[in-house]
Design a protein around this ligand. Structure first.
Ligand code: NAD
Length: 482
């Protein structure tokens, strides 16, 4: 079993072995908590991508021919191996992505083990139309087959989590996969692939490191890649969709979010504020479903603002993400912090920054919890995915206006509605143009439930049976009875 600590040795991984990339650009990986270098690697050029994809292609027939039970057992063995190394994986995520230890070790890494077990179990579940004599004189049945070599391209905000949510279902169905982690967070995914190399057959799970512009593009364009599963920005998702279209490849696109949170006057303000502060700040707000746009009935606007701002401050401990008491770590990079700062600094004079609003004075890329009122629908901060520990507040007078504000953005990933009125809750649920809705909760989700967006947030599902089906193709077989 490979070494789990990848720092300083960031390579590609092909056919169960470390392979040096040959690209000309060198990428430096930094710890966002202090800016220090964790390692560096060469971009993977088209030939490096080709090596990894061809190897995955060669491994496909044998992996696809395994029984669901055999694939399930292997995925569960990988989960068992990971469970023995929870601390090591959590440490890599904390160093590389700046996640608080309490979140990473507390539930994210254990949640990844659980997700792998779930996908391993799903490998054995077959739900489909029964065989039957649908055409006179013929019997027909459906075969579920793997699509082929899958390319998984992942973002930096949940590096290994996102990789596992793609690797798990892709392998469960019998595909082989080449993963490209985000260039600033390769460590945990590489460690995982190394570990899994002691369990999975060579070539089933390969990894290439590199930038989106070089390595990502080469992966999407490779003729042997039959499905691209991408999580990242709407901008990159559109580029990928265009490139994949040229090769008529299948796509799963999990893109940016900009979640509306509709709060009616009959909600428990303290409980609601507790949820909203926590889900606006989780992962320093670098969470595609974060509670970012609070749309609040005018009669409880001031009360809710005061409660959320209060909890944002009183329940946040900013500090070294390795410290178990830290709840808010840094943003991923200087670029990301500058982006958040620009959006906040650019709010019109009518807006009020109730708390936060300027970067924390310490090494690393920290930004404080920030709540802004007085924004309007056309403001850039409302229309953009902020991806920082920042929420905005707008007020409404009636249900129709609340729904109009909630839906009037490009993204459609997630949202929530807060009311004790069941009929009203359901009307809002039915009207929201998002793929995931909560009532009196936010970001409560499990791996059994498919996640995915509408509109600019992409298409396709991850998780649950719907997520598994994304990685399968259906073949209709009809046999004459004569
Ligand atoms: P990004 O789009 O910049 O990069 C994501 C990945 O795509 C990286 O691996 C990058 O190298 C690669 N990439 C970039 N351009 C590419 C191209 N043209 N061809 C191929 N690959 C390319 O996104 P990011 O900044 O790393 O991640 C943050 C984004 O991810 C946010 O918008 C967030 O909302 C989104 N996200 C969505 C979900 C979801 O489930 N919908 C989950 C997590 C994150």
């Amino acid at each position: 079993m490979g070494n789990v600590t990848a720092i300083g040795e960031i390579t590609n991984f092909v056919h169960g072995e470390a392979v040096e990339a040959t690209g000309t650009d060198v990428v430096v990986v930094r710890n966002p908590a202090d800016g220090s270098e964790l390692g560096r690697f060469r971009d993977s050029a088209a030939q490096d991508v080709d090596l990894a994809v061809r190897d995955a292609r060669a491994a496909l027939p044998e992996w696809a021919a395994k029984t669901p039970g055999e694939r399930s057992a292997l995925l569960r063995a990988v989960a068992d191996a990971m469970e023995e190394r929870l601390d090591e994986f959590a440490r890599l995520e904390v160093l590389d992505a700046g996640k608080p230890w309490s979140e990473s070790r507390g539930h994210e890494v254990p949640g990844m083990v659980d997700a792998l077990r779930h996908f391993g179990s799903l490998a054995r579940v077959a739900v489909s139309q029964p065989a039957g004599d649908y055409v006179a004189g013929n019997t027909a049945f459906l075969r579920r087959e793997p699509v082929g070599v899958v390319a998984a391209i992942t973002p930096w905000n949940f590096p290994l989590w996102q990789a596992i949510w793609k690797i798990g279902p892709a392998l469960a169905v019998g595909n082989t996969i080449v993963v490209k982690p985000a260039e600033n967070t390769p460590l945990s995914t590489l460690a995982f692939v190394r570990m899994a190399a002691g369990i999975l057959p060579p070539g089933v799970l390969n990894l290439v490191n590199g930038t989106g512009g070089t390595t990502g593009r080469a992966l999407v364009a490779h003729p042997d890649v039959k499905l691209v599963s991408f999580t990242g920005s709407t901008r990159a998702g559109r580029q990928i969709a265009e490139a994949a279209g040229a090769g008529t490849k299948r796509l799963v696109l999990e893109l940016g979010g900009n979640a509306p949170v509709v709060v009616f006057e009959d909600t428990d303000i303290e409980v609601t504020a507790e949820w909203l502060a926590a889900t606006a700040l989780y992962n320093a707000g670098q969470e595609c479903m974060a509670a970012t746009r609070l749309i609040v009935h005018e009669s409880v606007h001031d009360k809710l603002v005061e409660a959320v701002a209060g909890k944002m401050v009183s329940e946040t401990v900013i500090g070294d993400p390795m410290d178990p008491s830290t709840t808010l770590g840094p943003l991923i990079s200087q670029v990301q912090r500058d982006r958040v700062r620009r959006l906040v600094d650019g709010v019109p004079a009518r807006a009020e920054v109730v708390t936060g609003g300027s970067p924390v004075e310490r090494d690393g890329y920290f930004y404080p919890p920030t709540l802004i009122t007085g924004v309007e629908q056309t403001d850039e901060i409302v229309q953009s995915e902020i991806f920082g520990p920042v929420a905005t507040v707008q007020s409404f007078t009636d249900e129709a206006q609340a729904i109009a504000l909630a839906n009037d953005v490009e993204q459609g990933l997630a949202g929530s509605v807060w009311t004790r009125d069941v009929g009203r809750a359901l009307r809002v649920v039915n009207s929201l143009e998002v793929g995931n809705v909560w009532v009196n909760a936010h970001m409560a989700s499990g791996v059994e439930l498919p996640i995915g967006g509408f509109h600019g947030s992409g298409y396709g599902k991850e998780g649950g049976l719907a997520g598994l089906d994304e990685y399968a193709r259906t073949k209709q077989v009809t046999i004459s009875l004569t």
